[in-house]
Design a protein around this ligand. Structure first.
Ligand SMILES: O=C(O)CCC(=O)C(=O)O
Length: 272
């Protein structure tokens, strides 16, 4: 077993991994910012790009399938891997946006924890810009209770926050240069602070699962096969999007959001 994988198993995360060069990262950032300009007058579409980038942006799908990103993921999950979801987590300059301490798998409705997030930096990601913070070894704990806060500046769907005290002194700051990525386990305690700088903090979180994972919903959720084969058929397999925000891709992305919201908002009384 490789040294980094041993460390991942022990701590529940590993970083930094050079996924793409800093020049490539800048190129992808420019593509994102060009797409944002296209929808500058359409906040719903802008939000959709953040929530479902791999479904509606060809370049996000391209990143999600890149061997330099997927190969380390297969070392963790095995040969047969799906991209289940992706999200752009963007903190604007001098913004109060933050992410409370949480465990990813808490509200995803999955039957197991064969999941890993590859979080790719497309800008400088430092303590000042609001990098992620991880609690080493916390992935070995069971799922803990979370409290919904729906706090305005919290970037999480329900502002969910771990109901136990997290000792900030134990937290490791996941500082990344553009083009580097981290990998983290779905049960790891993690969060992030606001961005106090004059640059945007841009990260693409890619959620990968083993093909044997299941998410029981009335309608079968979508996923993309990014390595190996799918012998289980637990998800509807999606192809790559065509271009940026094509009509067909947008329709599928909205349908997938509706399916996912069954889990993300389960147990809340919130009308979305
Ligand atoms: O981008 C962040 O600050 C946190 C993202 C996160 O919680 C995740 O990718 O699981």
């Amino acid at each position: 077993m490789s040294e980094w994988k041993k460390q991942y198993d022990k701590d529940g995360y590993y970083f930094p991994i050079q996924a793409i060069s800093s020049e490539q990262a800048l190129g992808y950032r420019k593509r994102l910012e060009a797409a944002e300009k296209l929808v500058a007058d359409d906040p719903a579409k802008k939000k959709l790009m953040q929530l479902q980038p791999a479904a509606v942006l060809d370049f996000a799908d391209e990143l999600a399938r890149m061997p330099s990103i997927v190969n380390p993921v297969t070392e963790i999950l095995g040969d047969d891997v799906l991209l289940w979801n992706a999200t752009f987590f963007i903190k604007e300059p001098q913004s109060d946006s933050f992410i409370s301490w949480h465990q990813d798998l808490k509200y995803w409705g999955m039957d197991d924890s064969h999941e890993v997030t590859a979080w790719l930096a497309l800008s400088d990601v430092t303590t000042a810009t609001g990098c992620m913070k991880f609690v080493p070894g916390s992935h070995t704990l069971d799922m803990v209770e979370h409290i919904d806060t729906f706090e305005e500046n919290n970037l999480l769907s329900r502002g969910q926050e771990i109901a136990v005290d997290v000792n900030e002194d134990e937290a490791v700051h996941v500082q990344l240069k553009p083009g580097e990525m981290s990998l983290h386990h779905g049960k790891l305690f993690h969060g992030s602070s606001p961005n106090s700088t004059n640059d945007r903090r841009i990260g693409l979180a890619l959620r990968y699962i083993s093909t044997n994972m299941q998410q029981t919903a009335d309608l079968k959720p979508y996923a993309k096969l990014v390595a190996g084969k799918d012998d289980y058929g637990n998800f509807r397999l999606l192809d790559s999007p065509s271009g940026v925000l094509s009509e067909d891709d947008v329709a599928i992305a909205y349908e997938n959001i509706e399916i996912q919201e069954q889990f993300l908002f389960a147990g809340t009384n919130l009308e979305r």
